[in-house]
Design a protein. Structure first.
Length: 114
């Protein structure tokens, strides 16, 4: 193996980059409470998530909150969480955001409104 790495160092570098990309992927599920329904919250969340390259969804819940699942690079997921905690769109009034790690049952290929 050592001779191969010496002959083709780019193989080792590519493997390291792939490993880092896979290892840094995270998923969270968050519940956003406050005035977050009927104010375009899900759509602006979708816009922000897509801008960050995330997959997942935003969904209205019966209790008036919004559920957000976001998957992608850890730093980008954290940026979306900061955006949610800072209040989301101007028309919304976020009172609190709860979140936890999440393991979706299926592959999420886009960020959707549910």
């Amino acid at each position: 193996m050592g001779a191969i790495v010496r002959s083709f160092p780019w193989i080792c570098n590519a493997a390291i980059r792939i490993r880092r990309a896979v290892m840094s992927k995270v998923c969270i599920i968050a519940w956003v409470f406050g005035r977050v329904q009927g104010v375009g919250f899900r759509y602006t969340t979708q816009y922000e998530a897509k801008k960050l390259g995330l997959t997942g969804y935003a969904k209205n819940l019966d209790d008036g909150s919004v559920e957000v699942v976001a998957c992608g690079e850890e730093g980008q997921v954290e940026k979306l969480m900061q955006w949610l905690k800072s209040g989301g769109p101007r028309s919304a009034r976020v009172e609190r955001v709860l979140s936890e790690p999440h393991h979706p049952s299926g592959e999420l290929t886009d960020f959707r409104i549910r």
